[in-house]
Write a protein that binds this ligand. Sequence first.
Ligand SMILES: C[S@@+](CC[C@H](N)C(=O)[O-])C[C@H]1O[C@@H](n2cnc3c(N)ncnc32)[C@H](O)[C@@H]1O
Length: 201
Amino acid sequence: MDNALAFSAPSERNKQPILEALRPLLPAPGRALEIASGTGQHVAWFATHLPRWRWQPTDLTDELFASITARCAALPNVQPPQRLDVCATPWLDAEARFELVYCANMLHIAPWACCAGLMQGSARHLAPAGRLVTYGPYLEDEVPTAESNLAFDAGLRARDPAWGLRRREDVAQEAQRAGLRLATRLALPANNLLLVWERAS
Ligand SMILES: C[S@@+](CC[C@H](N)C(=O)[O-])C[C@H]1O[C@@H](n2cnc3c(N)ncnc32)[C@H](O)[C@@H]1O
């Protein structure tokens, strides 16, 4: 791979476990919107292995769009990356609908208001039976937090007091306000969770 491409070692490690968790959720063809695409490693991997899905990568800024574009150059099922701020309304275009909204590792590296933005925007843009999938480290009331996640949380808060690991229960409350509910919680390697959110009714 071209060394000039932006690269994330954690993304490289977690893309296959996430793909395995996504597969049973995505049996039929559909449209997927990726929020906070970063380097594009996830979207390139998923689009390669789930070719019947049409993927739209996005991010807050276009800083890494060259990497996303280069990684996805040979993938006809990936649209050019677009700028998308989860707190903005609408996302892309008011009529846009997706069977999957996928967002990895954003909630803890963004202000808390982005959680409401993610939930409200997903509720607006998910197709009727669509799902929001979030992935990353969380705090959970009933589950002891791994030392590595506590250290990660402290490091994030030192970098920016508005950042930090989120309580899954707080995220669920924002989901509920948007009309979504937690349908599935999967524990993935390295103390990360994959959470599947659906419409509450
Ligand atoms: C740690 S990176 C995660 C990248 C990729 N999803 C991954 O898991 O490797 C955090 C991402 O969140 C994005 N982000 C932060 N605030 C955002 C916002 N308001 N709307 C959309 N994306 C945002 C950043 O631009 C960055 O790409």
